[in-house]
Design a protein around this ligand. Structure first.
Ligand SMILES: Nc1ncnc2c1ncn2[C@@H]1O[C@H](COP(=O)(O)OP(=O)(O)OP(=O)(O)O)[C@@H](O)[C@H]1O
Ligand SMILES: [Mg+2]
Length: 386
């Protein structure tokens, strides 16, 4: 099963590119699911079908799923919710407050991704296309399973001990039901689910396509996004340059825009090389419905096969004495490296990743590190423990 993610700044055409790619996959006879992690219903609007919590057919072989957060929340976090509700009731707070409390920030997108994993598990799909929320949110979300892993690995055993110790006391003093094993197991299940989502999205058959428009601010953000996606272990295998004006020198205004876009496009090709840059013209009308989307797909990919396994290397590689992490477009000044116990902490700009070192390197000191040709190379000392 091939997984394709579309991300980029707000409004650049992520939903359009995702819907067009999914339309093309279905046309080529692949069983295709297109999922939105965005709570707005624009994916259903682009495909001109009503959205639904379950996959609904939008065209032959093409299914759309618009995750119903409330229903999914009941299924995935039922135990935690029930527990929170009980505690709040016992404390004299009303039901509405507990409902509000259980709606955590970012929870909706996380739930959409958990639903995605369930769909992947069915084995029903050849291609799954994911229309992600705008850049920053998606990044935070995509990084989360790993951050969660880090926290859960360190916190869960301790938390369980603490809960076991305080439960009888809390129950007695506060007359509040202390969490039983159920809460931990819900936490563990959630954690496991998120790890599986991450494996799915960073695995050998998954890749990210960065959508942008040829404008200075958009390109600047896309460059940072490329660096941080790689930092977090995602393969990026293409750039979509959307809303490109057709050559036109009818008047100064149009000529001005065409020239500015041409400059930005040249910069895009140069910056993102060797990634392919797929361009889509600024169409005379909004591309809505299967026919218009098929046209967008034709502009995007021509005769290329956008569903072949990604040729991009995984961003991180570990050799006998070296860890190599691709950080394309990273600025030397903005990259930082720190060692904390058996973890390596890599910072690129405002993004940070905690990498748990593999056993072979975990106990060895760092001999040196260098950022060259878009790769961070960390060399470890040879000859046993530090
Ligand atoms: N190449 C194009 N030519 C003309 N209109 C376009 C083109 N690409 C997208 N649009 C239109 O621009 C609007 C925004 O596109 P879209 O919804 O795909 O962006 P998005 O990145 O998903 O936005 P959001 O960040 O809000 O999710 C839509 O109305 C869409 O139909
Ligand atoms: Mg969208």
């Amino acid at each position: 099963m091939r997984v394709l993610l579309f991300t980029g700044k707000g409004g650049v055409g992520k939903t359009t590119a995702a819907a067009a790619t999914a339309t093309l996959a279905a046309e080529r006879g692949l069983k295709t699911l297109v999922v939105s992690t965005d709570t707005a219903h624009s994916l259903a609007d682009a495909l001109a079908v009503p959205g639904s919590g379950e996959p609904v057919q939008a065209a032959p072989g093409l299914y759309l799923q618009q995750v119903d957060t409330q229903k999914a929340l009941e299924r995935h976090w039922g135990e935690l919710r029930a527990y929170a509700r009980n505690v709040l009731q016992e404390l004299g707070l009303d039901e509405i407050t507990s409902e509000e409390i259980t709606v955590l920030p970012g929870a909706e997108e996380i739930i959409a991704l958990l639903e995605l994993r369930e769909q992947a598990r069915t084995g029903r799909w050849d291609v799954v296309v994911v229309d992600c929320a705008p850049t920053a949110e998606t990044l935070r979300l995509l990084a989360l399973p790993e951050a969660l892993d880090w926290h859960v690995n360190r916190l869960l055993p301790g938390l369980r001990r603490v809960l076991r110790a305080v439960s009888p006391v809390v129950r007695h003093v506060a007359k509040v039901s202390a969490p039983e094993g159920a809460v931990i197991s819900a936490g563990e299940r959630l954690h496991r689910g998120l790890m599986e989502v991450r494996e799915l999205l960073t695995g050998d058959n998954a890749s990210v396509r960065l959508v942008l428009t040829p404008e200075a601010v958009v390109v600047a953000e896309a460059r940072r996004t490329l660096t941080s996606l790689s930092l977090y272990g995602y393969r990026v295998d293409g750039v979509v340059a959307n809303r490109v004006f057709p050559a036109d020198d009818a008047d100064d205004w149009r000529r001005g825009w065409v020239e500015a876009q041409a400059r930005h496009l040249a910069e895009i090709h140069e910056s993102f090389a060797p990634l392919p840059v797929h361009t889509v013209p600024y169409l005379p009308a909004e591309p809505v419905g299967p026919r218009a989307l098929a046209e967008v797909a034709a502009a995007l990919y021509g005769t290329a096969d956008p569903f072949a396994p990604p040729s991009a290397e995984p961003p991180m590689r570990v050799d006998a004495d070296e860890l190599v992490l691709a950080l394309p477009l990273a600025d030397k000044e903005a990259v930082d490296l720190a060692r904390k116990g058996e973890d390596l902490i890599v910072t690129a700009g405002s993004y940070r990743r905690v990498i748990a070192l593999p056993a072979a390197l975990a106990r060895r000191g760092i001999a040196g590190a260098v950022l060259r040709d878009g790769h961070l190379r960390v060399r470890f000392e040879t000859g046993g423990a530090k």
